[in-house]
Design a protein around this ligand. Sequence first.
Ligand SMILES: Cc1cc2nc3c(=O)[nH]c(=O)nc-3n(C[C@H](O)[C@H](O)[C@H](O)COP(=O)(O)O)c2cc1C
Length: 403
Amino acid sequence: MSNKRVLLVLGGGIAAYKCLELIRRLKEHGIAVRCVPTAAARALVSPLALAAVSGEKVYDSLFSLTDEAEMGHIRLSREADLVVVAPATADLLAKMANGLADDLASTLLLATDKPVLVAPAMNPRMWAHPATRRNLERLAADGIAILGPAVGDTACGEVGAGRMVEPHELLAAILARLEPSSRPLEGVRALVTSGPTHEPIDPVRFIANRSSGRQGHAIAEALARAGATVTLVSGPVAIPDPPGVRTVKVETAREMAAACEAALPVDVAVCAAAVADWRPAEVPAAKIKKETGAAPPVLRLVENPDILAGLARHPTQRPRLVVGFAAETGALEAEARTKRAKKDCDWILANDVSRGAVFGADRNRILFLSGEGPAEPWPELSKEEVAARLVERIAAALGRGPS
Ligand SMILES: Cc1cc2nc3c(=O)[nH]c(=O)nc-3n(C[C@H](O)[C@H](O)[C@H](O)COP(=O)(O)O)c2cc1C
């Protein structure tokens, strides 16, 4: 990668110090790094250290006559193969989402014609704030790749989502992006649903199912590795968020449907979540009490929105490719064909869950059904291999890979 260049925009977060390690590792791979720290970043990591580690001049002023003469902000933004924003502060993300350009960093982010990867880092409340959520949705829709943040202790002492991903994860994401042959889905926007939904009965009880989210999460990760900009809408799961993916966490089917709608437009949607078909019609505000001698309560159920059919029949923003999963316990192929026709989706990946070996397991055996030709039984594969195979098929269907 000796001819590759990264333009690294550093925002004013404590995690800026981690970028010294990132720059060192990028240089080990022969990648040249030019740094543009914001004014806040310069207060947290010294431009001298950035210049020493990168071996390049550090650019920090929009109005430096020398820089504009030698290397204007437009040229700076265009000469890189990839622009990386790390740490991406709440402020920088807000500026990017709104097209503000009042310093060198934000101006070149608006002027660039190159792919942009951001690694957010901030206090968990700042990350959870509706304003930040809105900004991230806009950035994802604009095709900006979002990596992290990780969950854990943050520098401010609070625990939650907000830590910048570690330098080795950023390095892997950057290397993958600089190696175009392995990224057939560059520029493709994908939506994946994963996990179960929880449908409340009362404030302490809920109806759920055995989905672990492992298959959906593996698909989201594989799509992101192939270059797609991925939104993962996940029900409650006990597995980590996949790297390189924007994960939206929901509980109920109705929240999942709303998060999917908010993620549109996308080119491809893969519905791997085990969405509850029904929810309790009434959810009391207080816990239902067990009274001695009283009859057990009766749960009346109402139907949940059909997310797969809703995407496949979307009146204005139907993804080019809509893929569903069918967990069946009966005649697999017949059920899968019926489901495909009933939901108007393009492909169905059916699996037999009657033997109880799919939910939560490592491996999966898929019957692949498209509109063309007979159903295709796949051999027993790990969930990661199923994901890789599906991503190949998606790339081929979108004209991005061998068909
Ligand atoms: C010690 C310190 C650490 C900070 N860490 C963060 C952070 O991790 N994320 C963040 O969004 N803001 C953080 N801030 C606040 C930003 O520096 C502030 O919003 C600033 O205006 C961001 O400017 P910039 O986006 O141009 O870099 C921190 C501030 C201080 C003083």
